[in-house]
Design a binder for this molecule. Sequence first.
Ligand SMILES: [Zn+2]
Length: 287
Amino acid sequence: MFQSLKLGKVLGIDLYVHGTFWLLPLFIIFSGMSAGDGLATTLTDIAFVFAIFTCVGLHELGHAMAARAYGIGTRDITLYPLGGVASLERMPEKPSREIAIALAGPAVNVVIATALFLGFVGAAYLTSWSPTDEASGIETFLARVMVANIVLTVFNLLPCFPMDGGRVLRALLSTQLGRLRATEIAVSVGTVVAVAFIGYGLYYSHFGLIAVAVMVWLLGQAELAAVRFQAGAREVRERAAEWFEGPTRDSGGPVSSGFTGLAWDDVRRVWVQYRDGYVVRVMDSEK
Ligand SMILES: [Zn+2]
């Protein structure tokens, strides 16, 4: 039921719309009906959502193109009802590159908002329109899209890891503190921001905001767990190398010093688990 629909390829990247995305136009139709809105208003609201998600898709494409400049591919871009995700094949560990990739997304929204603003200024100049004149439907629509792009820029730049601003914060911290500690602090700051949003959302009954805050918090926890795992694996590898020089090809017998723990066998590219110097398990990490 909630399968992703492939829209096509943009600049060589598969673009998907997640099944849950369609809940958004459905929600607009139902809330429009319950508020007694006319068909024209509801259709305009749906068109607005599609326009915003086009901008979200372009934002994700901005991340993907910046990553491509550093030789990092993007598996796909998927649009969810709460936002878009560009699945990069990996994250650069170099802080300056992570910052560039993180800022490339909001930069796209700045370009869209600026282009619309300049369009308005140009059109007003050509038609000698004054701010006291009434705006037409299309002008109001484009003005909403412009404001939404400004909101998207500000929102994404909040220091709420793993949103773009949080990534910038993590990258800046990691120049001084190391990646794990930097991620822990960025996630903590993100949690404070998310809790503030949840409080605000509860107070003003803004449930979309609560959903976004909860999702951001969960994604932050997931990414922290991944970074902790990477750091743990690295530490095990380093310790194993200190304690023990990798097992040889005929490592069936006991290893000197009765080693217990994991060791990386560089020849066969496998993790080997030892207990008192005996191999108890071989784990193929290449799968
Ligand atoms: Zn982004």
